[in-house]
Write a protein that binds this ligand. Structure first.
Ligand code: MN
Length: 267
């Protein structure tokens, strides 16, 4: 009997140590939720987001698509920050438009989940990083609109940043870790401060972009043709390019501070 008590006591001590260790880990490194897509029965997201979050000192956790607002709130109660990742186009109905042409590709299940996660994260005041689709989606959540297809809708725009209006290929064929066009950052922006440069070469895998910024959205970077490449909103940084691929595939540490900033804000 005494032996059993001893074993039980040892087991209890061991469990307590494990709990304490788990508590330390939770307190030490912020947990960053990564929104995932859904593709024919599989949860679908690039590993590059997890690689970048880990390198920035965070604990990456993939969030499967959620089905209700309640589930979104519950899921986000376990994370300290949220990355809204790249993927299909946002349903234009979300900003009051019909589908412009056959290039627009919508995943309704993904839209449902991402809009619920975005709204719940906003309500909870979680630090948010939106990337590509995530950047566009957050703008729509905040009341903004999108160009549905840059090649057929944006050509009429005359905006340019550095005086040149030459066409820029926003859907590159080069490898995903390689930068192919410049972006120009606004002074006094958080992104300019984080990255420490006025202009940078980025990768580009989009045919849509922010049109009308949502309420309170400040555009902080554009390509030379005027296309929005980054914006900020109270604790939220959103980028049109893919910093996670520039780091994880291209080995470029220039953009790692975007993830470090998110992890820092999550502490
Ligand atoms: Mn671009």
């Amino acid at each position: 009997m005494a032996r059993t008590n001893m074993t039980l006591r040892k087991a209890a001590c061991f469990a307590l140590v494990l709990l304490l260790l788990a508590g330390c880990a939770r307190g030490g490194a912020p947990v960053v939720g990564i929104s995932a897509g859904w593709d024919r029965g599989r949860i679908d997201v690039s590993d590059a987001y997890a690689v970048a979050v880990r390198a920035a000192g965070g604990v990456p956790v993939v969030l499967p698509p959620v089905l209700s607002f309640h589930e979104a709130v519950e899921a986000l109660s376990h994370v300290d920050a949220l990355i809204l990742t790249g993927g299909e186009d946002v349903d234009p109905a979300r900003y009051g438009e019909g589908i412009w042409n056959e290039t627009v590709e919508v995943n309704y299940r993904r839209d449902t989940s991402d809009f619920l996660l975005a709204r719940a994260a906003l309500d909870a005041g979680l630090p948010i990083l939106g990337i590509c689709r995530g950047e566009q989606l957050m703008n729509v959540v905040l009341g903004g609109t999108l160009y549905q297809d840059l090649p057929t809708q944006y050509t009429t725009q005359k905006t340019s940043v550095n005086g040149t209006a030459s066409a820029i290929k926003h859907r590159q064929s080069e490898p995903d870790g390689v930068g192919t066009h410049m972006i120009y950052l606004e002074p006094d922006s958080r992104l300019r401060e984080i990255l420490g440069a006025d202009s940078l070469m980025v990768n580009s895998f989009h045919h849509q972009a922010v049109k009308e910024p949502g309420a309170g959205v400040r555009v902080v970077a554009r390509a030379a043709d005027g296309v929005v490449e980054a914006w900020e909103y109270d604790g939220i940084v959103c980028v049109q390019f893919h910093p996670e691929l520039l780091y994880a595939r291209g080995g470029d540490t220039t953009f790692l501070p975007i993830f470090q900033d998110l992890v820092h804000r999550a502490r």
